[in-house]
Design a binder for this molecule. Structure first.
Ligand code: ADP
Length: 482
């Protein structure tokens, strides 16, 4: 059945390059809940990737010369159109990605918030005048857009990962070439249609679908591309960083996480359960900031596990379009296979199933929301990001012990803890080697705050006023002879 869209022209089967829709749809985009094909998209490669850069380069010459207000106004229109078309954008997203419709609408609001925020930020890119070192000189620093920016994005947030990268770039005068995830290009292409309607000039935003490796390599090695932004897995991030070294590009990387979620003995347990539900089961556990390891103090462990498990049992698994469903399918059958491997390994090494622990009868892309207790360090769930609806719970005794456990792995994106002691809040927050710490909250992502990781979770920050700096170069004007 065709998607129930108010505006069917938002569903695209072509790529958006230089303000035009080009290419022929060949690769099917599959609804993970039903296995049905929603649309076909083109399979572009290195040649089309290079052509998109040339268009973006030509557009850069004009776009970077616009006033901040002109750029701001167009972004603002794009934001307004995203909000006005929320229902259709969310429908496209749920169809290709699987997340429940209410969550998809939430992501559209989140994605649009970046466009709104950076439309405002466009006008606050101020330079500086530095007190001079000699009376006949003046030191002026101007901020200039870095140039053509490439973005490669994942399937878990099909809209927000694109706007979080492109709207700050476009706001400050850069132009962009984007390759969305092969699983979820339709949301991206619908966003491009709205950007077009908002009056974004040809070549400022270009979106192509196709073969990831040659497109990525072309952009990394192209001398005209000055920034490559990537959200995805750590191995691909390392590959892109290595390729980008060829042309000394700036890189922005948002890679894997392995978020600890710590519950101290003085925590508000009900609040901790609520935070764990939000952090763990959002997007069926398929976010890089999802709680991946739940460390609970031994004195509150049993209470937490009982209350948390009761809540997890209330989750409703099904097609994201069905009313009341809170857990959709995972992105593909292979994602479920990985969850199965992690759970089987944990059970073989002594973990206990509190609820779930198996595939869902709904189909090969579904897995039951799961809580495991008695989890230990040697299990795969501790070492790797599961990226599925599995919450492994560990018991701990001391603050030092849990800080060590939380940090003792190569990732450093999000972390969370619950507790009320003010001294401990500062000690723990400062000791956690993560780019983001949620304290008595399970949510850290918001347009006005810097999002990003340390260690092998990445480089750079997206969102907030820091988010524009990634797309700017400092130009020193040393003025002598005064
Ligand atoms: P996942 O395994 O969750 O899909 P990936 O890191 O493989 O995570 O995918 C994130 C994005 O990176 C997607 O858009 C994907 O197409 C892209 N990608 C995958 N491999 C490469 C590559 N070799 N070069 C450039 N992009 C890639």
């Amino acid at each position: 059945a065709p998607l129930a869209l108010k505006d069917p022209s938002l569903l695209k089967s072509q790529c958006y390059v230089n303000g035009e829709w080009i290419g022929k749809g060949v690769d099917p985009i599959i609804n993970p809940a039903t296995g049905q094909t929603i649309a076909l998209v083109p399979r572009f490669g290195a040649k089309e990737a290079a052509e998109a850069v040339e268009h973006a380069d030509r557009a850069f010459k004009l776009w970077s010369k616009k006033t901040a207000k002109e750029r701001s106004n167009i972004l603002r229109k794009w934001f307004d159109l995203m909000i006005a078309n929320t229902d259709d954008l969310a429908t496209i997203m749920t169809a290709e990605q699987g997340k429940p419709l209410a969550e998809a609408k939430g992501e559209i609001a989140y994605a649009a918030s970046f466009v709104e925020f950076f439309s405002e930020e466009a006008r606050r890119v101020n330079g500086e005048v530095i007190p001079t070192h000699r009376p006949d000189h003046r030191i002026i620093v101007q901020k200039q857009p870095i140039g053509v920016c490439a973005a490669i994005t994942p399937w878990n947030f099909p809209a927000a990962m694109i706007t979080r990268k492109c709207s700050p770039a476009i706001a400050v005068g850069c132009t962009t070439v984007v390759k969305p995830a092969p699983e979820t290009p339709l949301t991206a292409l619908a966003l491009a249609e709205l950007a077009h309607r908002a009056g974004l000039p040809a070549g400022v935003l270009n979106i192509i679908t196709g073969d990831a490796a040659p497109i990525g390599k072309t952009w990394c090695e192209h001398p005209t591309v000055r920034f490559i932004g990537f959200t995805g897995s750590t191995p691909v991030g390392k590959l892109l960083m290595a390729q980008a070294a060829s042309t000394v590009k700036r890189v922005g990387l948002e890679l894997g996480g392995n978020a600890p979620f710590i519950v101290f003995d003085d925590a508000d347990i009900d609040a901790a359960v609520e935070g764990a539900m939000a952090s763990k089961y959002r997007n069926m556990g398929q976010t890089c900031v999802c709680a991946n390891r739940l460390y609970v103090h031994e004195t509150v462990h049993d209470e937490f596990v009982a209350k948390f498990t009761a809540k997890v049992r209330e989750l409703k698994v099904g097609n994201g379009f069905d009313v009341g469903v809170t857990q959709g399918p995972l992105i593909k059958a292979a994602a479920v296979d990985k969850v199965v491997r992690h759970v089987e390994d944990a059970l073989a090494k002594g973990a206990k199933v509190e609820t779930g622990g198996k595939r869902s009868a709904l189909g090969q892309t579904f897995y039951e929301p799961t809580v495991l207790s008695g989890v230990t360090k040697d299990m795969i769930v501790t070492q790797e990001e599961t990226f599925g609806p599995v919450a492994p719970v560990y018991k701990f005794k001391t603050e030092d012990e849990v800080i060590h456990l939380a940090n003792d792995q190569p990732f450093g994106l999000a972390s969370y803890f619950y507790g009320r002691d003010i001294g401990r809040i500062f000690r723990v927050a400062e000791a956690l080697e993560f780019g983001m710490v949620g304290i008595n909250t399970g949510m850290v992502g918001v347009d006005v705050a810097p999002f990003g990781g340390v260690k092998e979770s990445g480089l750079g920050r997206e969102g907030s006023h820091h988010g524009v700096e990634e797309f700017l170069e400092l130009k020193l004007m040393m003025l002598g002879g005064i």
